[in-house]
Design a protein around this ligand. Sequence first.
Ligand code: ADP
Ligand code: MG
Length: 316
Amino acid sequence: MAGFALVALGGNALLRGEGDVSVEAERRTLRGTAEQVVALTAQGWKLLLTHGNGPQVGFDLLRAEVAARAGGFPRIPLDVLGAQTQGSIGYLIAEALERAFQRPGSRRPVAVVVTRVVVDPRDPAFTHPTKPVGPYYSEEEALSLREREGWVVVRQERGWRRVVPSPEPLEVVDLDAIRLLLQEGYLVIAAGGGGIPVVREPDGSLRGVEAVVDKDLTSALLASAFSCDLFLLSTDVPGVALHYRKPGERWLDWLTASEARRYLAEGHFPPGSMGPKIEATLRYLEAGGKEAVITATEEVVRAVRGEAGTHIVPDP
Ligand code: ADP
Ligand code: MG
């Protein structure tokens, strides 16, 4: 039975593999993703799409790095990079969908909304930045960037990286605009990359901040705000496993919110990958959501039919 679904497109819905990172490669990947999405609309699903932007912002930061070295070209702050990637990725998704909508019975108008998300300036993430962004640096470069730009840099296995705060998404600023478009029958693409993080100033105005918001958590906020019947997270694995990539690995078809919470506490879902997805599905279910699904991007249609993916449902 079709209803209203929020589909959060993971990194591999936009780009696959390590090799070709051109826009043409993105277009090729999006063709397959669009087929899945359009098949859902043909089955009667009303859709709100969100998407990641990690690799794309990474490329932008790398380009900025090259430009800065070549001629002191000014860096672009992360909030503006977030807005840029919402526009460029949203444009490519819209293009792929409109092409796939040529099939009869599935056509919908598509709109992309540049989306801001309010975060708390006192969020502990601002004093403990953890989210790595951009290229790897040598120790010398990293320490000089810390000095010059005031960045927090950390040593990782492959080199030094900048880390930025990943605060909690509290409120989607552009919620009413998204709602109006949905009411008018648009398939809406919103909150790309988790949304542009902004803080509310004492006078009520909004100011963008150097941070990134987790796209799964912002997607959960939207799925709850719109009381979506289904919250689907697409990614590059078939679903959720216990003992992932370890002896005794076990893939899960169905689990309840309590089971998911217990496995999360037991450490089956690491921060930065499956952890935020499980956290997001739990928040959605706790807010009254009916069903969350985590599945491979190629299997979205089968997962919605209950034939693939991991389904997380409220406790009986
Ligand atoms: P996306 O970019 O699609 O949002 P992420 O890379 O953030 O995806 O998260 C998906 C990744 O989570 C998978 O590629 C997988 O390697 C990893 N992962 C970690 N733990 C698990 C688990 N228990 N079950 C399934 N995948 C897991
Ligand atoms: Mg992720």
